[in-house]
Ligand binder design. Structure first.
Ligand SMILES: [Zn+2]
Length: 298
């Protein structure tokens, strides 16, 4: 999530400003080549992986809606670019799904795990801060969903990350030719993750999802999170260990009948804060996520 931008956008929209264009001019997209015919575009609200080729452009995530136009220009400007034929949504958040409407109208296949499509067909309000998300119009909803995994004709593989690391609809996309793996918000390149337990994410899933990524990647894989710099397998292994430790500690507190505020006070991520920043908000969400996970119907 990148909340300030969205909030600013909503304020501008409420004031009647032609926000998409105002922001399209404001956003600056930077492109980095990751391998042959594959680029990382940053600046649209999340990391966007773009593979160009004779069979059309394949894109992983689409940035925020207000940046969709300028992102489309940046994609078109890549060497050997062409029409975007396939867009993946790694999950339902607005940073991932902001190009859905334009590309849906242009006839692209929008691939997502079925749970992601379901979230995008309903209005959502986060209980911890009241933030609201509007359902997407039909044309912007994923039109090619799956439950488990799949392969494109080009050999690109994708699959469900069922651990519920960030939401209950997380997916990865693996480009075997270039050994690039896009993982959405299942791994964060920087800072503490948002634990979106309202749509299925939980702390145990963060630890589990990071383990699963290690089974898809190899030592030389470039692992692209939705936020922050490109990661290596060693980075993922270190993260898996850290979140495993934090999960164990929170689990112990849960078993002793402690609550979220006591968990925050106990500072269970203290030794990681020098590198990761203050963990209070993360720990509170992570603790709440255990309640949500263990009593989904409560
Ligand atoms: Zn997210």
């Amino acid at each position: 999530m990148f909340v300030p931008t969205r909030r600013t956008f909503l304020k501008a929209a409420a004031a009647g400003v032609a926000a998409p264009y105002a922001f399209a001019q404001g956003a600056k997209i930077t492109s980095t080549q990751l391998g042959e015919r594959i680029h990382l575009l940053t600046g649209a609200g999340c990391n966007v992986v773009v593979r160009t080729g004779a069979d059309g452009v394949v894109m992983v995530d689409g940035g925020l809606a207000q940046n969709a136009a300028v992102l489309a220009q940046a994609v078109a400007a890549l060497p050997n670019s062409g029409p975007v034929r396939t867009l993946f949504n790694t999950h339902w958040h607005p940073e991932q799904t902001g190009s859905n409407e334009a590309l849906g109208m242009a006839g692209a296949a929008i691939i997502a795990q079925e749970n992601t499509r379901l979230w995008l067909t309903q209005n959502i309000t986060w209980p911890w801060n009241g933030q609201k998300f509007k359902k997407l119009p039909k044309i912007a909803q994923p039109n090619k969903t799956f439950y488990d995994k799949g392969t494109l004709d080009s050999g690109i593989r994708y699959g469900y990350i069922p651990d519920a690391a960030h939401t209950d609809g997380d997916l990865y996309v693996y480009f075997p030719e270039q050994n690039v793996l896009a993982v959405g918000d299942v791994a964060y390149g920087e800072g503490w993750p948002v634990v979106d337990w309202w749509t299925g994410g939980w702390i145990g899933g963060i630890a589990g999802g990071l383990q699963r990524i290690q089974s898809v990647a190899n030592r030389d894989t470039k692992i692209v999170p939705a936020q922050g710099p490109v990661l290596t397998l060693a980075d993922i292994a270190a993260q898996a260990e850290m979140y495993g430790t934090i999960f164990d500690r929170l689990n112990q507190m849960l078993n002793k009948g402690r609550g979220p505020s006591e968990a925050v006070e106990a500072k269970p991520a203290k030794e990681f804060e020098a590198k990761m920043g203050n963990s209070d908000a993360f720990i509170r969400r992570a603790f709440e996520s255990q309640w949500a996970y263990l009593s989904p119907d409560a």
